[in-house]
Design a protein around this ligand. Structure first.
Ligand SMILES: Cc1cc2nc3c(=O)[nH]c(=O)nc-3n(C[C@H](O)[C@H](O)[C@H](O)COP(=O)(O)OP(=O)(O)OC[C@H]3O[C@@H](n4cnc5c(N)ncnc54)[C@H](O)[C@@H]3O)c2cc1C
Length: 641
């Protein structure tokens, strides 16, 4: 099915070759088939680049290493952006969904965030099939151990079996696998995650062949337990959000695997004072507290022992019990990630209501891994010193499937563009959370795993989950990453919406425009709920999905009327600064008036624009003004020549 929908555009500078199935020369090689790698490979291939994705285990493609869910605060917005850019994560999450909810419903629509509980196996199978069916894309099992360097250029990769595969550009998306070390109490084992070996040789190659600066980060995962051993009657049930429709703006491919049970419940429970006391008594067995783990973990997603020590006044902590799928008895306990030894984990669970007899199927553990300090990449995700190499995902210091997938998509776009001889692109910060994340990564000091929050954006009212298609589909079409049928569907929606907006702002009812009446909906339209005035003139059929989508958008626009215009004004100010490009070899040291610390930071980040320079921590507005004066002078001199 997919094969026939023309998913491969063949538009940019690639020669259509009569491809040998065992071809060893590609436009793009993607190393790793996790969340970043899959999006990268699909995005490169959608542009017509001959692409191969290499992974050390074909059965673990797009594995959810930690929680069986996609989305959440800011992450859900990002998944919807990926979808608007023609990516796969939203589609696959919708296919694999076993419970969908819109979080933050009690707050304004700008921060509503979709989240889907997923069947892990269905997620993997659907993503694997998408890769296999994508034209211009080969999927192969191979572990990459190093790079081929020819005359100072990286021209390909070497695999553990000694195979050499050549390409014009490479995406590296190896997640937590680089020199990965798993910690179960004081026992440590090498691994990329449980059940997968770590990537040792590639970790060495990044340091020794590519001479990259590498750091160590840490994350962790909770235990999984068996349903038949849980007493659910002691827990609060959390059901699905029946009204919401999922992540994707488009129709789901009918040939891919899909879950049957779409509304499985989750459960809520609290740990007890006894659990905390047990942790305190055994803290000497936690590798993090014994200095055994050197990698830096996340403050916002602490391990259970971290919570107990840092918040001693909290007697109990909230835990969520989430099903791992529809055909499995395993449950994931969100909120109790730990690196304490298995025997302590068993005791901890016995202190929690409903888990007294729970049997652990997989023990919790922490993992340490290598990452590339992201100040070595630019906003196109290219390495500054190896322009045809694009790292993406956890390797760049982020955490989370959504953050990985977003970067993968951008890396895939640019790897293909580089291979096709086209200029690489950046995604603007004011247009997307993807832009916010990439800009933050390359501009700010990354001292712990980076994850998205809505508060990271200056333009939260604009960057909503409901309008990611309006923000990004046009750009995706221009980049040749949005298939024609999807673009047609989007264009039809946009036309009808624009018509409805125009009519609602001109047609009046009882002396007030329809648009003004819609303000009383407070940004929310629920199916079947009464409207503040008749809207027949808008020609919207509320019985259809499209009609409901339009009225919801109108309700949100009316709710933020005035505020959005103000945000637009600050975006245009930002645009002005973004237009001030700074050359790659700008001499900051010779600029008088900059303090030494700012010079050091500017030299390290090498911002692409004046706006980006202004976002570097510690660089002051006065210094930006000085930089602007210097750029003006240079511009004048250049024009004068
Ligand atoms: C124990 C654990 C706990 C986690 N906890 C959280 C959490 O609480 N919250 C959160 O948001 N995220 C968490 N994560 C992180 C989440 O799994 C990642 O953010 C996400 O999977 C990153 O996607 P990725 O594509 O960068 O890498 P991954 O999904 O890890 O994929 C990496 C891919 O690269 C392949 N690969 C590696 N080396 C090679 C090689 N040399 N050759 C070929 N293929 C290779 C692997 O086989 C795999 O397919 C956790 C991960 C682990 C392991």
């Amino acid at each position: 099915m997919l094969k026939n929908t023309g998913n491969c555009f063949l538009l940019i500078g690639f020669n259509k070759v009569d491809k040998d199935i065992y071809m060893k020369t590609y436009d793009v090689i993607v190393i790793g088939a996790g969340h970043a790698g899959c999006e990268a490979a699909l995005a490169a291939a959608r542009q017509g680049a001959n692409t191969v994705i290499l992974t050390d285990n074909m059965d673990h493609i797009a594995q959810m290493s930690c929680n069986p869910a996609i989305g959440g605060i800011a992450k859900g917005q990002l998944t919807r952006e990926i979808d608007a850019l023609g990516g796969a994560q939203g589609i696959v999450a919708d296919l694999a969904s076993i419970q969908f909810r819109l979080l933050n419903r009690s707050k304004g629509p700008a921060v509503w965030s979709p989240r889907s509980q997923c069947d892990k196996v269905c997620f993997q199978r659907a993503m694997k099939m998408l890769l296999e069916e994508q034209s211009c894309l080969d999927v192969r099992q191979a572990q990459v151990t190093g790079f081929i360097i020819d005359s100072g250029m990286i021209t390909g990769v070497v695999t553990e079996l000694g195979d050499k595969i050549y390409s014009k550009s490479i995406v590296i998306a190896t997640g937590t696998f680089l020199a990965g070390l798993l910690h179960f109490g004081m026992t440590s084992l090498p691994g990329g995650r449980t059940g997968d070996s770590s990537s040792e040789k590639l970790a060495v190659a990044l340091r020794e062949q590519l001479k990259l600066r590498i750091g160590r980060l840490k994350t962790g995962t909770p235990p999984r337990i068996l349903a038949k051993t849980i007493d659910f009657s002691q827990m609060e049930t959390q059901g699905a959000d029946r009204e919401e429709e999922g992540f994707s703006h488009f129709e789901l491919p009918p040939t891919l695997p899909r879950t049957i049970q779409r509304e499985l419940p989750c459960y809520m429970v609290y740990s007890t004072a006894e659990t905390a006391e047990l942790v305190r008594r055994n803290i000497h067995l936690a590798p993090l507290f014994q200095g055994k783990i050197k990698g830096i973990g996340t403050r916002y997603c602490p391990s259970f022992e971290d919570k107990v020590i840092r918040f001693p006044h909290h007697e109990k902590h909230h835990l969520y019990l989430e099903p791992e799928g529809e055909f499995t008895g395993e449950y994931y306990i969100n909120g109790i990630s730990t690196s304490l030894p298995p025997e302590v984990q068993i005791q901890m669970l016995k202190t929690i209501p409903g888990f007294e007899k729970a049997v652990i199927s997989r023990y919790a553990y922490a993992i340490e891994y290598d990452f590339i300090f992201p100040d070595q990449i630019d906003r196109t995700l290219a390495l500054k010193h190896w322009r045809n190499i694009f790292p993406a995902g956890q390797i760049n210091g982020t955490s989370g499937y959504e953050e990985a997938a977003g970067q993968g998509l951008l890396a895939g776009v640019n790897a293909a563009r580089f291979a096709g001889g086209l200029e690489t692109v950046t995604i603007p910060r004011e247009l997307s959370y993807l832009g916010v994340m990439v800009d933050d990564l390359v501009t700010k000091d990354i001292i712990e795993p980076y994850r998205l929050f809505t508060s990271r954006s200056e333009y939260r009212l604009r960057l909503r989950q409901d309008n990611s298609d309006l923000r990004l589909c046009e750009m995706a079409k221009d980049l040749n990453i949005l298939p024609a049928d999807k673009y047609r569907m989007f264009a039809e929606y946009r036309n009808q919406l624009n018509e409805a907006i125009a009519l609602s702002k001109t047609v009046k009812h009882n002396g007030k425009t329809i648009f003004a009446h819609l303000k009383s909906l407070m940004g929310t339209y629920r199916e079947g709920c009464p409207l503040p005035c008749p809207i027949d003139v808008l020609k919207i059929d509320l019985k259809t999905w499209l009609g409901r989508k339009i009225i919801r958008q109108l309700a949100i626009l009316a709710h933020y009327d005035g505020y959005l215009e103000r945000e637009e004004q600050s975006v245009s100010k930002l645009h002005k600064l973004e237009n001030w490009k700074i050359s790659e070899n700008f001499d900051y040291d010779s600029l008088s008036g900059l303090c030494n610390e700012s010079k050091m930071k500017l030299n390290k980040v090498r911002p692409m624009t004046l706006a980006q320079a202004g976002r570097i921590d510690g660089v002051t507005p006065v210094e930006i003004a000085l930089l602007q004066v210097s750029l003006t002078r240079m511009l004048k001199n250049n024009n004068g020549k």
